[in-house]
Design a protein around this ligand. Structure first.
Ligand code: FES
Length: 346
């Protein structure tokens, strides 16, 4: 079933949504400013439409080497776990359903629709609108991707905030931007500085000790404290999903919630690979989407791990002019062949 609201939302492209989010950024608290942009990159509308339009869905998913859980339909209540505004999700879901009931097709921009939901939520939960704008935007996009029936059917429940997320929005921002103390004589240290990279996925979270300039993935590979693969099948060697560790497979992409400027520069190989994979990495010097195997810790950082990875740049965006990857991965022939076909768009 569709509603006037879902029909209206369906008219907007992925680029329209990203522009709306960008326009709202000044009205979004810093605690969720990177998070909401990351969320919209984790759930790209064009990829969803490409998969929905496929005649043979399974062949299409194989053709883009899709691994993990991409569909929002299976994670309506959880996909935005890393937003501060996630705690307001029950109210957001309820208000979006009410807007869907009441909306008669008045011409509204995406920004106006998001603001309308955000205002209703902020009144209900008595929180500043800078804290409800991001989750309202994610909620409307979720409705757009899953449809009204699945949206209504979700329970609308969230877990209590844990760890750092129990603190105030300002305190979270301060802590994400801080580095570990290097001790009383820390200013004398050069190569042996130690930092912490915090990570979270929807099913797990933790912290990695890293030394200056260590690759984040290498630190993750040393963490055998848990059976990570039981939480995410892609985590066969530490808590960050990996395959090649050489910018060739796209498995290790992450969002950077804090400390982006402390993850070392993006080299041309990573820039090119991100286009091939289809991940929308901003052109900034310190983007909020990175390949963990290409990042070196130069301070503390906070990462969020998406529940899926794929290679879809050529097929979905047609933005790759030539084959730029030389896959040299651990799982060999089949993966190399599939990635090569995903890259050439055959
Ligand atoms: S592990 Fe393959 S791109 Fe990083």
């Amino acid at each position: 079933m569709s509603t006037v609201l879902t029909e209206n939302l369906a008219k907007f492209s992925g680029a329209d949504w990203l522009s709306a989010v960008e326009e709202l950024l000044p009205a979004i608290h810093e605690v969720d400013r990177a998070a909401v942009q990351i969320w919209f990159r984790f759930y790209p509308l064009e990829l969803k439409r490409f998969i929905d339009a496929a005649e043979d869905r399974e062949a299409t998913l194989n053709g883009i080497v899709m691994k993990g859980e991409f569909e929002l339909a299976g994670q309506i209540d959880t996909s935005h776990h890393f937003l501060y505004g996630h705690r307001y999700w029950p109210a957001v879901k309820c208000k979006i359903e009410k807007v869907a009931d009441e909306y008669k097709g008045e011409p509204s921009s995406l920004v106006e629709l998001i603001k309308d939901v955000s205002m209703r939520v902020s009144e209900k939960v008595k929180a500043d609108r800078t804290l409800t704008n991001a989750i309202a935007a994610a909620g409307l996009m979720t409705l757009n991707q899953v449809g009204i029936d699945a949206f209504r059917a979700a329970k609308g429940e969230v877990a209590e905030p844990a760890g750092l997320m129990r603190k105030s929005p300002d305190a979270i921002v301060v802590e994400r931007n801080s580095d570990d103390s290097q001790g009383f004589f820390g200013f004398l240290k050069t190569v042996d500085k130690k930092f912490t990279v915090a990570f979270q996925a929807s099913a797990y979270a933790g912290k990695l000790p890293v030394i200056l300039d260590q690759e984040v993935v290498s630190a993750a590979q040393s963490d055998h404290s848990q059976d990570w693969q039981s939480k995410d099948d892609r985590c066969w060697d530490g808590p960050i999903p990996i395959e090649c560790t050489s910018a060739s497979c796209g498995t290790c992409w992450v969002g950077v919630l804090g400390g982006a400027e402390k993850l070392g520069p993006v080299k041309p190989r990573e820039r090119r690979a991100m286009k091939v994979f289809g991940y929308d990495q901003p052109a900034d010097d310190a983007p909020f989407i990175r390949l963990a195997c290409q990042t070196r810790a130069q301070g503390n950082a906070t990462l969020v791990i998406p529940p899926w990875n794929a290679v879809f740049g050529k097929k979905v965006y047609n933005n790759v002019d030539e084959v730029v990857l030389e896959p040299n991965t651990t799982s060999a022939k089949r993966l190399r062949e599939t990635i090569a076909s995903a890259v050439t768009g055959e």
